[in-house]
Write a protein that binds this ligand. Structure first.
Ligand SMILES: Nc1ncnc2c1ncn2[C@@H]1O[C@H](COP(=O)(O)OP(=O)(O)OP(=O)(O)O)[C@@H](O)[C@H]1O
Ligand SMILES: [Mg+2]
Length: 400
């Protein structure tokens, strides 16, 4: 019964990815970060970061505020020098190479268009600086405005454009220089939800049409899952997991990733043997192997994977403590042995009802214990990260 909801949620997050790997031009590595480390004021900000990015790939850095996403972009772009490690772009070591000599363009959250220039001149600016001849400038600017759907806007003043149109001018201005790599730091952060969704699709289309490598930063997990070929989950200056959106969602490496991506119930368990985990004194079949006998583990169960059944049919049972209609599904909180499970279901039991829950073996995901074990757990400890994060504004970069 939870499966309809599950499908909806997975579709929302994951369907746009299908086939994206096929779009990647080839498997050539275009950016390599080798053991990047940096400290500010004796505080380690990035710790031994290693990452390879393929030509034509859409890679997203995802993580909470302050985890080092912007710092990583600045190091790739050449605005910040790392204390240790190397940046390699297209096979060349970038030590001492200034930003303007790297094949990289950056779009910052405040996209810093020139307010005194019209749309055409904003896009043409970099080409004029590089003394490209007039005819070629005209061809390239015209083609670029067409590809961001702004043909006819050439003479418009920047202040007369909507947020989304300004955003597209910023994209055109960055792309017209034919960068091999485009860095985008929360480029959609200032837009309202509807426009943001439209721009996500447009950006993805532009990236696929032009085959440019995008390195994108966001703290919005849904945006990361729906746009990227590869998601790099970061926390406290360390990479927590690198993988496809499906991997990150379905097989989180640790409790941090499980908590940060999507909603989850994170439980203590003991692996009694391969494919058998014990939680709350009940043994659940699962599909994971390779753990020690009786090894303590973290178990993640997504709310949409839990089936609501009658009390007698349940693997566990408890009392419904709240139910909220969310449009596609109900969000049900069930108190079972003092653990508040979050369930997303099209069923709508009443508050106070005793219900059973049943979890299919393939939806029980076993994780190794980590430094994050015990930090996230049931519904009562779910952090309001996203709300907090949404209040955070990106620091005032204005290098562009
Ligand atoms: N020039 C600097 N001097 C001192 N500290 C800095 C400097 N630049 C960044 N930091 C610190 O490094 C940490 C990482 O910052 P960074 O801007 O990379 O985070 P972020 O992941 O982009 O966060 P947000 O989502 O809020 O933009 C923060 O604690 C920040 O205060
Ligand atoms: Mg930032």
């Amino acid at each position: 019964m939870g499966s309809l909801v599950l499908l909806n949620i997975r579709q929302q997050f994951l369907l746009p990815q299908r086939g994206m790997h096929i779009m990647s031009k080839n498997e050539n590595i275009v950016v390599e970060l080798e053991n990047i480390g940096i400290s500010f004021d004796d505080e380690v900000i990035l710790d031994d970061l290693c990452l390879s990015i393929k030509d034509g790939e859409f890679v997203t850095f995802l993580g909470p505020s302050g985890c080092g996403k912007t710092t990583t972009l600045r190091i790739i772009a050449g605005f910040t020098q790392p204390d240790t490690g190397e940046v390699i772009i297209d096979g060349n070591r970038m030590n001492g190479v200034p930003p303007y000599k790297r094949q990289v363009n950056t779009i910052f959250q405040r996209y810093a268009l020139f307010p005194h220039l019209n749309v055409y001149e904003n896009v043409a600016f970099g080409l004029r600086v590089n003394k490209v001849d007039k005819k070629e400038i005209d061809e390239r600017v015209t083609a670029m405005l067409k590809s961001v759907n702004l043909s006819g806007f050439e003479r418009r003043q920047i202040h007369s454009l909507s947020g989304g149109q300004q955003q597209r001018v910023a994209i055109a201005r960055a792309l017209v220089n034919n960068p091999k790599i485009l860095l985008l730091d929360e480029p959609l952060g200032a837009l309202d939800l509807k426009l943001r969704k439209d721009m996500q699709i447009e950006l993805k289309n532009i990236q696929q049409q032009l085959g440019i490598t995008f390195i994108f930063v966001t703290h919005d997990q849904e945006e990361a899952l729906s746009m990227s070929d590869t998601v790099v989950v970061m926390n406290e200056g360390k990479i927590q997991q690198i993988g496809s959106p499906e991997d990150i969602y379905n097989e989180p490496k640790n409790a941090f990733v499980a908590d940060f991506i999507g909603e989850s119930n994170i439980l203590d368990g003991i692996m009694r043997e391969d494919k058998l985990v014990e939680m709350f004194g009940h043994r659940f079949e699962c599909v994971d192997t390779g753990f020690e006998k009786n090894e303590p583990v973290d178990v993640v169960v997504r709310p949409e994977d839990i089936d609501v059944v009658s009390e007698s049919e349940g693997q566990l049972s408890g009392v419904v403590s709240s139910i909220t209609f969310k449009g596609v599904h109900y969000e049900i909180i069930v108190d079972i042995n003092d653990f508040k499970w979050m369930i997303q279901s099209t069923d709508s039991p009443a508050v106070g009802d005793r219900i059973g829950i049943s979890i299919p073996p393939q939806d029980i995901h076993i994780m190794k214990k980590s430094e994050y074990s015990g930090m996230f757990g049931d519904y009562s400890t779910f952090s309001d990260e996203m709300e907090l994060l949404n209040e955070v504004e990106v620091d005032g970069e204005d290098e562009t």
